[in-house]
Ligand binder design. Sequence first.
Ligand code: WT7
Length: 678
Amino acid sequence: MSDKDTSSVSEAEIAVYWQEENLLPPSAAFVAQANLTDRAIFERFGLDNFPDCFKEYADLLDWDQTWHTTLDSSDAPCFKWFVGGRINASHNCVDRHLALNRNKVALLFVPEPEGEAHQAITYQELWVRVNETAALLQDFAHLKAGDRVTIHLPMTPELPVTMLACARLGVIHSVVFAGFSGKACGERAADSGSRVLITMDSYYRGGALLDHKEKADEAVHAAAAEKQAIDTVLVWQRKTGGYHSATPMQAGRDHFMNEVLPRYRGKRVAPVPMPAEAPLFLMYTSGTTGRPKGCQHGTGGYLAYAAGTSKLVQDIHPNDVYWCMADIGWITGHTYIVYGPLALGATSVLFEGVPTFPDAGRAWRIAEQLGVNIFHTAPTTIRMLRKLGPDEPAKYNYHFKHMTTVGEPIEPTVWKWYHEVVGKGAAVIVDTWWQTETGGVLCSTMPGIHSMKAGSAGPAAPGIHASVLDEDGQNMPAGSGKAGNIIIRNPWPGLFQTIWGDRERYVKTYFAKYNKNPKSKDWRDWPYFPGDAAVLAADGYYRILGRVDDVINVAGHRLGTKELESACLIVNEVAEAAVVPVNDEIKGKLPEIYIALKPGVKASKTIEQAVVKAIEVEIGKIARPRHVWIVPDMPKTRSGKIMRRVLAAISNGSPVGDITTLANPEVVEQVRIMVQGK
Ligand code: WT7
């Protein structure tokens, strides 16, 4: 079926619409070189060997002190891994590679302007930059282990350098995606209790040098409004020697990194051996209700899982040129641009810009020029590149052995273009299903073992024991053809430790659904509920259908319905707001907004624009809605609940279903005509 057809069906229907695709084995050439070809790994990582099997991942790392307890469940479901162990993530990603590979490129930075030279940063150079930055953070910004720092940086080397400098000191970093607004950044800074914000004056995106420092000023205000003082703003400069922002530097608060850093030239800071379970970072993500959640990831467990899955799922070898075209401001970038690849001593490409600027051949030129052989991106990007430049890949002489898709379901037609045109029929593809919360991949084919199947993520990864359950917790057997809730029966080292400052919400959101004994200290009683629907095929492959909650997955990034709705309510004229996901050919989903106005207020373009603006300010441009509909009234149940399901059906042109029980069924037809025409 055509793309148009798939983009007009709901997630749950995908299961029905997408046909089972044929299995496609990896090429002999890929298998011959793969890190993992032995199926015995699934026995080694079987539940009989749980949790000790994960030693195999932990052994990929350097430990300052070996752990005495692999898994501590005494505070279940806040699990602790490798307890008693001490480890430093910065040492593992930098220092330990110096002896053999100091001259090897760690980060290959590709600026967006094609005229600007690439930067190849060796492990030695990375080590120097991380040390000097750590010295500055320690002595100038007065940061120490356990403190939180908010980092609002674009895709330039300063971002991984700053993260690794924090990790060196045991400082917990909280990276906020640069595309988020100043307000969103400030709220996250407040939630994490950061008194230091690290930013950049500007960066390139889509051909323009964007003013980024202006967001720092907004962030400081937003944090102050929540009683969190940010006393220090450290400002990297995108262009050496220049300051490209309209906002003034505030004396005493704002400091140019490039002015302060020379004081720390030559300074070295010993990596702090952190307890394995000490938090390494926070990563905020959207949920069903309330504020974004600060997902807290630990040091030893997270890094072990990042390294293990980078090696087995990404198949990274020492000589590969690996390019994950995600943003480090999301979990994919944390795990599969920075921590995983660098822990393995690999070369990781860092691209500042968008892959369609100045044209749809940019990504393939980069691949050709750098000799990239592992490529990692999201369905939304694949769809866009396919639309804008379906024949571009063939014009460039690159060769991928391995490609990843991550973040949302990928339509079989798009998957096939990725395979045949981008991968030139030669590259193996892994469709990796996971989340911010899970630290690393949960379901994927193991590229040297399993055949690929378009539209399906694949079996659970080694040591991950998944099932599909119905609402009552009954197992839905493989091949039943029915969708249910996918769960993971056991904890694993990459699982986040808690929601920062909100253990109760952690337990409630991810574990309460299928837990029968809230007092249990046995991990078997705490299946992890990720909030996705899935079907399990007879061959053991999971097909992920999407969220079962009010989370909208836009271009592979999560937006909470409630967050968007609260932003709309900031506009004074708005009485009620409902946000629904609408299917989009490129982005997967886009939010569409319905608002009802306060009595006596007349609908106008100005109000629509004010709503869009409010969303940009509160959250950022990524959350921009497809459309704002001002409706006479919201379809409601008799108890007054807005029927988002009905609005979503109208937006997507699908049947509204039974509306006879609504308090105001006549509104549905009015709204439908408004949105769809007659
Ligand atoms: C949600 C997590 C994984 C890092 C990037 C997104 C959806 C993720 C897949 C996939 C189908 C997927 C799920 C998940 N998702 N990967 N391969 N196939 N759906 O991280 O922002 O935390 O979003 O993205 O719905 O729950 P995230």
